[in-house]
Design a protein around this ligand. Structure first.
Ligand code: GYE
Length: 329
């Protein structure tokens, strides 16, 4: 009888400890404090690319994935981005992500983030910094390569249509001056064009990466230079504006004037399929998952590659229709 009692007592302790251990393995209920808080200082909403980039962050950094996202739209102004970063520091977020509108002028605010112990990740455009330790990693497109690729595309295209011995009058619609997307693309284009004596770059001017400004600048180019052969637009939206400006003077975009743009958003595919845009050099905006991967590695105490380029392709009227159905942005 005594033995039986002892057995029951042992059984009770074993069973209750199993329940306890089992209970401890259950995932803790999600409370606000368990979430990783990420502040994203976004450039603005100037283009289709930007909209896709914002959407990528908003759909990745959700509570179901363990995040709370604090999103700030700076309306293309650096001072607004600096304010947003200071707000993130005050709120003591876990990570700060910045898509810097321009390359320079970030040292002070990034030092403040560093002093507060908050890691900074750059997305999209780069910063020019004297101290590279002010950010952990950067994810984005290779803008210089994109610029190079655009001229290579033109060289190949002109050869394929037997126009490689013709002189070409060229204009360039630039992005936001001082943004690394503008700096890299302009450099790639200008250096590429300089290699061919048939290419004459008549003018370059910023269209601020917007459709409205792109149209306005193209209208003035068309007035000043009645014989334009090629337009480089440093993003799709400015090319869409240029297409409207070209149509308004009775010329046929894509035929009378060759148009090359950057980003390769879905509407650019529509325009290539319609014959109005000749080529789009891809710039991938889907950085949300890439930044989340960096954060997850850092959370586990791992190290990440400092410079992370996204993979990008070149599209034109020859492959646009076939590739359109699988495009994500
Ligand atoms: O090409 C443009 C956007 O920085 C890569 O910014 C980005 C550029 C993109 O406004 O459409």
């Amino acid at each position: 009888m005594k033995k039986q009692w002892l057995f029951l007592l042992v059984l009770f302790f074993v069973a209750s400890s199993m329940v306890f251990a089992g209970g401890a393995k259950e995932p803790a209920p999600a409370t606000g404090s368990d979430l990783i808080v990420v502040g994203y200082a976004q450039v603005g909403a100037e283009s289709d690319w930007r909209t896709a980039n914002t959407e990528s962050f908003k759909s990745t950094f959700v509570e179901a994935n363990g995040y709370k996202l604090i999103f700030d739209d700076a309306q293309q102004k650096q001072e607004n981005q600096i304010k947003a970063i200071r707000n993130f520091i005050q709120q003591d977020v876990d990570y700060i992500v910045v898509a810097p509108v321009v390359e320079t002028g970030w040292e002070t605010v990034l030092q403040e983030a560093k002093n507060a112990g908050i890691p900074v990740i750059l997305s999209d455009r780069q910063m020019k910094l004297s101290d590279e330790s002010l950010y952990v990693a950067w994810v984005g497109g290779n803008f210089l390569k994109e610029g190079d690729d655009s001229v290579t595309w033109l060289n190949t295209y002109l050869k394929s249509v037997g126009r490689d011995n013709e002189d070409m009058n060229i204009v360039l619609l630039q992005g936001t001056i001082g943004s690394s997307a503008q700096v890299g693309r302009t450099q790639g284009i200008v250096e590429g064009l300089a290699k061919n004596p048939h290419y004459k770059l008549l003018a370059r001017q910023t269209g601020e990466f917007t459709q409205a400004k792109g149209q306005e600048v193209m209208e003035s180019f068309l007035k000043a230079y009645p014989d334009i052969d090629v337009v480089f637009a440093e993003n799709d939206n400015m090319a869409f504006g240029a297409i409207d400006a070209i149509k308004a003077v009775g010329k046929v975009p894509g035929k009378d004037i060759i148009i090359i743009s950057f980003d390769a958003v879905r509407e650019a595919f529509n325009k290539m399929i319609a014959g109005e845009l000749n080529a789009a050099i891809e710039c991938n905006p889907l950085h949300g998952p890439r930044v989340a991967e960096i954060i997850q590695t850092l959370e586990k105490g791992g190290t990440v590659a400092k410079i992370q380029y996204v993979v990008e392709e070149v599209f034109d009227q020859a492959n646009a229709a076939a590739r359109f159905p699988t495009r994500m942005y």
